[in-house]
Design a protein around this ligand. Sequence first.
Ligand SMILES: [Zn+2]
Length: 93
Amino acid sequence: MADKKQNRRNNRNNNDEDFNPKFRKQRKKVCALCSDKNLVLDYKNAEQLKKFVNEKGKILPRRATGACAKHQRDITLAVKRARHIAILPYTQI
Ligand SMILES: [Zn+2]
């Protein structure tokens, strides 16, 4: 136990950036809806909205969709509307 702690400290001192996956360098995601102006979110388009929900039917977080705050709100609203008119499921077993 004590050895592990010591190792971690040593690695950090050695500037091993790949050691902790939490701090590895990430490529900045670009919002798909911002980059493509022709892409319009439609709550009646189930195929489009399926990209923003997981297999359980939950709406994916921004870190997964890569959407900006404004477009994530649009996605959430569209998914909720689609659920209401039974295009998307609220839940899946
Ligand atoms: Zn955006």
